[in-house]
Design a protein around this ligand. Structure first.
Ligand SMILES: Cc1ncc(COP(=O)(O)O)c(C=O)c1O
Length: 402
């Protein structure tokens, strides 16, 4: 029998060492719970970084995947199949953006958005190549996506990156106005920054982005990979901010665990695309589309979005009450089922203590404890998680209850 130690040592020998993993080996899951190789259960408030929106081993999703595997998994994009158009039309209904390009990861969706922003200007015979992005942004690890990602720790070893890119502080409207010019191909924004520390873009900045795009003609890319698709109780966060993106990127929750992502296009940007401009071998295959259709059906037709609104409000009030008891919590930020507790110190000890207590959370941006539970989480599970987080905060930093 393979032990946890075997799993870890074979990885050490044969995997590119780019992930600092915690030492747990997970074997199975059900709902909001994960179980390790020793059978120990954990309450999952991370959902594989915002992916397992339907929780683990969701019966409808599992049955659909098994059924699809028995029919047809993949044919390539050289041929039609029945599911891509169906999924694209459901996404068009939700987003108001009529066309989709399917790929496999958030970074690829961002990559396509940058390419087609430039493609649009190329078609207008105007050489607009520059991008404007935000401080604390995270858009992925491929060269283009990395170029609009802010953190120098991710960027520095891979220079030179794509340019020109100007980064603007998310609160600095004047800097935004200076940065967006008639040379800007597109502005890319996460309506709620995820990896950068769960930082919502304010209404004032959102209005300034809209105004600057209108003034200069720059395209707007909304990166909804983490905050979109019902995570905050609404289909997309950009619409709530009054933004009208020309391009939108989605991923993570879309396949509820099966890798699929998409770039969504307004008609005017899509009109610039020609056959052969872009492509993906796997993008939008039958397996991925089938899973995504189950997710969208649960979200929209099955009432999951309304559920996220209800339990999200409950989670917010519980988190604010928890924060009021712990002096180390500087701020509670987020919406729906996407939350960050910004601490006045590094957050890693809380994450480690939580794991000891059987609660899965993570740290982002050094001081932020991030919570991204499955959408199916119940109010009772939230109460249980808050109790465990309370204990983890006490264990990590001692008796600092206010
Ligand atoms: C907002 C945002 N965009 C893009 C990405 C990249 O997605 P992926 O890791 O699937 O490439 C992420 C990943 O965390 C993200 O949060």
């Amino acid at each position: 029998m393979t032990t946890a130690t075997d799993v870890i040592s074979i990885e050490k020998e044969h995997l590119l060492q780019v992930y600092r993993r915690s030492s747990i080996v997970f074997e199975r899951g059900r709902g909001c719970r994960l179980f390790d190789a020793d059978g120990r259960g954990y309450l999952d408030l991370l959902s594989g970084i915002g992916v397992a929106a339907l929780g683990h081993a969701h019966p409808r999703l599992a049955a659909a995947i098994a059924d699809q595997a028995q029919q047809l998994l993949h044919t390539s994009n050289l041929f039609f199949h029945p599911l891509q158009g169906e999924l694209a039309s459901r996404l068009a209904e939700l987003s108001g953006l009529p066309r989709a390009f399917f790929c496999n990861s958030g970074a690829e969706a961002v990559e396509a958005s940058l390419k087609f922003a430039r493609r649009y200007w190329h078609a207008q015979a105007q050489p607009r190549a520059a991008f404007v992005a935000f401080e604390h942004s995270f858009h992925g690890r491929t060269m283009g996506a990395l170029s609009v990602t802010w953190d120098d720790h991710y960027r520095a070893p891979f220079q030179p990156l794509l340019g020109p890119v100007t980064f603007v502080a998310a609160g600095d409207v004047a800097a935004l106005d200076d940065a967006i010019t008639e040379n800007t191909a597109a502005v890319i924004v996460e309506p709620i920054q995820g990896e950068g520390g769960v930082r919502p873009i304010g209404m004032e900045m959102a209005s300034a982005i809209s105004a600057a795009c209108k003034r200069t003609g720059a395209l707007l890319i909304a990166d909804e990979v983490q905050c979109g698709l019902g995570r905050t109780g609404r289909a997309f966060c950009s619409t709530a901010l009054g933004l009208q993106p020309d391009l939108m990127t989605i991923g993570k929750a879309l396949g509820a665990g099966v890798p699929i992502a998409a770039t969504l296009f307004s008609e005017r940007v899509a009109a610039a695309a020609a056959f052969g401009d872009h492509g993906s071998t796997y993008g939008g295959n039958l397996l991925a589309c089938r899973a995504a259709l189950v997710f969208i059906e649960e979200l929209v037709d099955g009432g999951l979005m309304a559920h996220v609104q209800r339990v999200g409000a409950h989670m917010e009030s519980k988190l604010r009450a928890l924060a009021s008891r712990h002096a180390c919590v500087r701020e509670v930020r987020g919406a729906g089922l996407m939350w960050g507790l910004d601490l006045d110190r590094p957050a890693l000890p809380v994450v480690e203590a939580a794991l000891q207590h059987g609660l899965l959370i993570n740290r982002t941006s050094d001081t932020v404890v991030r919570l991204l539970p499955p959408y199916i989480i119940t109010a009772e599970e939230i109460d249980e998680a808050i109790g465990l987080l309370d204990a983890a905060l006490l264990a990590a930093f001692g008796g600092q209850h206010r």
